[in-house]
Design a binder for this molecule. Structure first.
Ligand code: SF4
Ligand code: MG
Length: 333
């Protein structure tokens, strides 16, 4: 069946001194109705940039090309006005920092009501209030009839993120894009928010895109994961397959960097080096300066994408890397 969202060869670049510096170099992802896709990469990998550009939220000086088809309609090239109407109704987004997205001098109830009325003009005030209370209940905010009249500063970070989620689902979107939704929160609250997002997905039939730098966040919550490095998807697979059998050295590094509750802090692995700066892309495989498996070919030739069933990876050695077992993991960390 037709996917809900299909992104093909999406490129985002920035003009500088007559050249276009590539930030997203050809993103390909697909999402079905009701599916959860994790998009994982370090900061600067292009993961947020690519998703935002897909939804018409690129900077004015960005050059965007490729194809983004949502429910059979091409979004690239649509007027900003159309994209605004689509966002908040059929597609919603939540971001890392709810405090900066909420209005500090407006009650939480009024802000959710405003989000509702932006897309549903025919609602009475009483209907809107009833819907706001229902939404606060959906995101498990206790005592909604008291909370509805409070201001954002009266909410904890986790509760504020719930308010943002209530606003995001107010108009029954089919797709929710969450960009680092739990990064600012402590671990316990993170887990609660992730569980709640998953419950909402089940209840409302939402498709969910989780953008995060933390592969650990998607482990228990995504159906599929796309790993992004230097503006390209370098590996994509179903979540269990990705963790059991990672075929790209970068993914292996990310898995080895996930903090484990049992490991002491000083033993935590981190991938050496840093992702390339915009306009300073290494030749060949962009990951080669940081890759412990790199060979001469990697410094010269960009790897093609190898498809192994529903698992794809862009590494010259995707099929010949040593198996990923306890010993490989230990060697890495
Ligand atoms: Fe490493 Fe080479 Fe694979 Fe790139 S292509 S990830 S440098 S082994
Ligand atoms: Mg980001």
């Amino acid at each position: 069946s037709e996917p809900l969202l299909r992104i093909r060869d999406l490129k985002v670049g920035f003009s500088s001194h007559g050249k276009t510096l590539p930030a997203v170099r050809g993103l390909d992802v697909e999402l079905s109705k009701g599916e959860v896709l994790g998009i994982v990469g370090e900061s600067g990998s292009g993961k947020s940039l690519g998703m935002l550009a897909s939804l018409g939220l690129q900077a004015r000086n960005a050059v965007v090309s490729g194809s983004v088809v949502f429910k059979g309609q091409e979004l690239i090239g649509r007027p900003r006005r159309d994209m605004r109407a689509l966002r908040g109704s059929e597609i919603s987004m939540i971001f890392q920092d709810p405090l900066s997205s909420l209005n500090p001098v407006m009650t939480v109830g009024d802000q959710i009501r405003e989000a509702l009325l932006l897309h549903t003009k025919s609602m009475t005030k009483a209907q809107a209030t009833a819907r706001v209370l229902e939404l606060l209940q959906l995101v498990a905010i206790p005592q909604p009839d008291r909370r509805i009249n409070q201001y954002p500063h009266e909410f904890s970070g986790g509760m504020r993120q719930r308010v943002m989620i209530a606003m995001a689902i107010a108009n029954n979107p089919e797709l929710l894009v969450a960009d680092e939704p739990t990064t600012a929160l402590d671990v316990t609250v993170q887990a609660q928010i992730m569980r709640m997002l998953r419950d909402l997905k089940e209840k409302l039939g939402l498709a969910l895109i989780l953008i995060t730098h933390d592969l650990g966040v998607v482990a228990g919550h995504a159906d599929r994961v796309a790993v992004i490095y230097a503006g390209l998807v370098v590996e994509e697979a179903e979540v269990r397959e990705l963790f059991a059998n990672p075929r790209h050295p970068y993914t292996r590094g990310l898995i080895a960097s996930i903090p484990k509750l049992t490991a002491s802090k000083d033993k935590l692995y981190s991938i050496p080096g840093a992702p390339p700066m915009l306009g300073a892309l290494p030749e060949g495989c962009a990951f080669h300066p940081r890759c412990s498996f790199a060979q001469d070919v990697c410094r010269k030739v960009a790897p093609a994408t190898i498809e192994l069933g529903r698992h794809r990876a862009s590494c010259h050695f995707a099929e010949t890397l040593p198996p990923w077992g306890e010993s490989a993991r230990a060697a890495q960390s």
